[in-house]
Design a protein around this ligand. Structure first.
Ligand SMILES: *[C@@H]1O[C@H](CO)[C@@H](O)[C@H](O)[C@H]1NC(C)=O
Ligand SMILES: [Cu+2]
Length: 158
């Protein structure tokens, strides 16, 4: 395989990958509000680097603060000035790891307005299951994209 084909395929994989990013409206139709179970909402969702969280609220008494794990547990927001307040706050998940978000207004955090998620750097294979061992060997998406691009260009240049 010539290095030219490899580099074109590599470029296509880099360009195509972000198109697969997902935008999550936090709480779906409920949005960002009091007395909603955001832990339940986040259950089973797979957050990947490049995905976006959108906090939607028409009630401007709310806001969004990204906090550390301690502040999340204790519902302690950073200074008011650091909060997001647009009512349609978009946060791009730029790095892998555990992320915490709370509403910094009054007792809103203890009344449900807190979200904790884990961001992965790559699509994780489904949880191991004895009935479907084939799923365990599913390759990461970038590898699949790369392979598809390489095959495509080999056909083009044949
Ligand atoms: C967590 O955030 C709180 C509130 O902003 C801050 O006071 C504290 O120092 C932080 N803890 C760590 C370990 O960064
Ligand atoms: Cu609030």
């Amino acid at each position: 395989m010539s290095s030219k084909i490899f580099f074109i395929a590599f470029f296509v994989a880099i360009v195509a990958a972000p198109a697969l990013a997902t935008e999550y409206v936090v709480g779906d139709d409920a949005g960002w509000k009091l007395n909603f179970d955001y832990r339940k909402w986040s259950e089973g969702k797979q957050f990947i680097v490049g995905d976006k969280l959108i906090f939607k609220y028409t009630d401007k008494t709310h806001n969004v603060h990204r906090v550390n794990g301690t502040a999340f547990q204790q519902c302690m927001p950073p200074p008011e000035s650091e909060g997001l307040t647009s009512g349609s706050d978009v946060i791009t998940l730029a790095t892998p790891g555990r992320k915490w978000y709370i509403c910094g207004v009054g007792k809103h955090c203890v009344n449900g307005m807190r979200l904790a998620i884990t961001v992965s750097s790559e699509v994780q294979p489904p949880a191991p299951s004895p009935v479907s061992p084939a799923q365990k060997i599913s390759p990461p998406k970038s590898f699949v994209l790369m392979l598809a691009a390489m095959t495509f260009f080999r056909m083009m240049m044949a």
